[in-house]
Design a protein around this ligand. Structure first.
Ligand code: ATP
Ligand code: MG
Length: 554
């Protein structure tokens, strides 16, 4: 058989060229989250991409908290990010780093630039710096402080560091080119005075490095070879290259940009998720309607399904948006063979088998997964009184309705044929009980061939079934109306959560634990909720229904 030729993505091509030409003798990547929120599906792409490349080329992968900005960071976010990266399977071994641990080195790097005549202290206000910077069509103007001597700059920077100046009154700027066509190169600010308590270094520093200066230094210190980031940093690459060149690193890291992952009509941005959490519209960062990694995990997604999804998305330089249905496809495919099936009735009505002996319970054999015999079989109790889905019975069926209606016979899955003989209604006209008779000759697995029925429905035995709560989810935003309103607020879908409190599941699910997942036959995949499910009140999240609108292109 011919081997499929898998074409390399553009990042793999760059890495292979670098290795072949001896630019680097190893590969080292990193994931550098800012701990200012929970990670989402877009971050998963970045994590798996970086980790995957390191693994593919026998290299290493670091997790590094980009915590140079002291205002927003929270320990809760650090913990959740670690947990998410580990859960995704991106093993950073003992290489967990904090950018704030490099503050000393960054400060030394700034001094090195000053000594080289490549950085100066500037007294212009933020407003003035903006004015002097020029525009896309006009060059900038030199700051009046640009020609300070090395000695003066060293003294002023030391004084900034010692806390002699007010916040914002002085900055350190790289001395590059105020006429550069790239605005990022017009003497960017690299250090500012800011009295802020840092979660790691406390009040030790009152000067903090800017991202564009700090990031290449972090990469260089860790020996990163390929520093992968998203497209919005493309215009910053010349500055990245300038910093590593001027600091004379022996093996300067290289920045490579790729397009962010967007999901069509799905809220992914940290900023919007944060707003939903803070306004109490969702039940925390891990609300199963969100696409934060914690939410996907809680909903019942697996690391494998997310890996598959990221793989299918591919790596590109062009921004595009992927359908949520593709994510659903990936989890369905992953769980299909792995998970046992079970019967669960979400909207129950009673079914009584009039000719079945009262008090008798029979244990019927059922495969746990027809497509995967390795999952074995189980026994399901069967008795005179069952629950079936309300919509599996109709008093007056339309054409092509093959389930229960007066006079019709169906198969009860894994059990017998039953024929509807009667039904009861309450004073409001709602059906309360369906009466049937069963035919003992038709037991599943006995090879009965006497006659055929067109419908098969699922059921649970009323006395043995376990009561459970089931939560059904839809997109948090109303896709018909679009994600955002004109004022930038989100168009919320009022039906994004449906809670069904009176469901019944077969007794084999009684001992299900948090994160266990199952296929409820005819319904979809469901996962035990890790937050709210208890021994007395089982709670299941619907991960995904069985029907798919997504087709994978061959
Ligand atoms: P958000 O835009 O959601 O707030 P962010 O970019 O501010 O995310 P960071 O913590 O700064 O979040 O990002 C960590 C890494 O994840 C960066 O390398 C960033 O480029 C990458 N990343 C963020 N969002 C996406 C995305 N949608 N697709 C791919 N990578 C992403
Ligand atoms: Mg960010």
């Amino acid at each position: 058989m011919e081997e499929a030729v898998i074409s390399k993505n553009f990042i793999e091509q760059i890495i292979e060229k670098d290795l072949a030409e001896g630019v680097y003798d190893h590969v080292m990547t990193r994931f550098p989250p800012e701990p200012n929120g929970y990670l989402h599906i877009g971050h998963a792409k970045s994590i798996l991409l970086n980790y995957g490349l390191a693994k593919q080329y026998g290299g290493k992968f670091n997790l590094r908290f980009d915590d140079t900005n002291p205002t927003k960071e929270k320990t809760e976010f650090v913990q959740s990010i670690k947990a998410d990266v580990e859960w995704l399977g991106a093993d950073y071994e003992d290489r967990l780093f904090y950018a704030s641990n490099y503050f000393e080195a960054m400060h030394e790097a700034a001094i090195k630039l000053i000594k080289k005549g490549k950085a100066y202290v500037c007294d212009l206000s933020a407003e003035e710096i903006r004015e002097y910077r020029g525009t896309l069509t006009e060059p900038g103007k030199d700051s009046p402080y640009r020609d300070r001597t090395v000695e003066e700059n060293l003294k002023l920077f030391e004084e900034m560091t010692a806390g002699k100046y007010e916040d914002g009154s002085k900055v350190l700027r790289a001395k590059i080119d105020m006429a550069s066509p790239n605005i990022n190169m017009r003497d960017p600010v690299i250090y500012r005075v800011a009295r802020m308590t840092h979660h790691n270094t406390g009040d030790k520093w009152c000067v903090y490095p800017m991202y564009d200066f700090a990031h290449p230094i972090e990469d260089a210190i860790e020996g990163i070879t390929h520093s992968i980031c998203t497209l919005e940093f493309e215009d910053h690459r010349p500055l990245y290259d300038w910093v590593v060149k001027e600091l004379e690193y022996k093996m300067p890291p290289k920045q490579i940009e790729f397009a962010k992952l967007y999901l069509t009509n799905v809220v992914t941005g940290k900023r919007y998720i944060k707003k939903l959490v803070e306004e109490g519209i969702v039940d925390g960062w891990d609300d199963p309607r969100l696409v934060s990694i914690a939410a996907l995990r809680r909903r019942g997604f697996t690391p494998e399904s997310i890996q598959k999804f990221v793989e299918l998305c591919g790596v590109s330089k062009a921004n595009s948006s992927v359908d949520y249905a593709m994510l659903e496809y990936c989890i369905r495919e992953d769980l299909k063979l792995k998970r046992p099936r079970a019967m669960a009735v979400l909207d129950p009505i009673k079914l009584v088998i009039d000719n079945y002996p009262e008090g008798q319970v029979e244990y019927l054999d059922s495969d746990n997964n027809l497509e995967n015999p390795e999952l074995g079989t189980r026994k399901i109790p069967f008795s005179r009184e069952l629950y079936i889905e309300r919509d599996d019975f109709m008093e007056e069926p339309p054409k092509k309705y093959f389930r229960l209606f007066p006079g019709n016979e169906v198969r009860l899955m894994n059990a017998y044929f039953v024929k509807c003989v009667d039904y009861e209604k309450d004073e409001n006209g709602n059906v309360t009980v369906v009466h049937c008779t069963y035919d003992p000759e038709t037991k599943s697995g006995t090879g009965f061939e006497g006659r055929k029925v067109k419908g098969t429905i699922h059921w649970v035995s009323a006395a043995e079934a376990v009561k459970a709560e089931v939560r059904l989810y839809e997109n948090i935003v109303d896709e018909e109306k679009g994600v955002y309103n004109e004022d930038g607020s989100l168009n919320l879908n009022p039906n994004s959560l449906t809670v069904l409190k009176e469901c019944f599941v077969e007794p084999s699910l009684l001992n299900a634990k948090a994160y266990d997942s199952f296929q409820f036959v005819r319904q979809g995949f469901f996962c035990v909720d890790c937050k709210d499910s208890t021994d007395d009140n089982l709670v299941f999240n619907r991960i995904v229904s069985l029907k798919s609108s997504f087709k994978l292109n061959a």
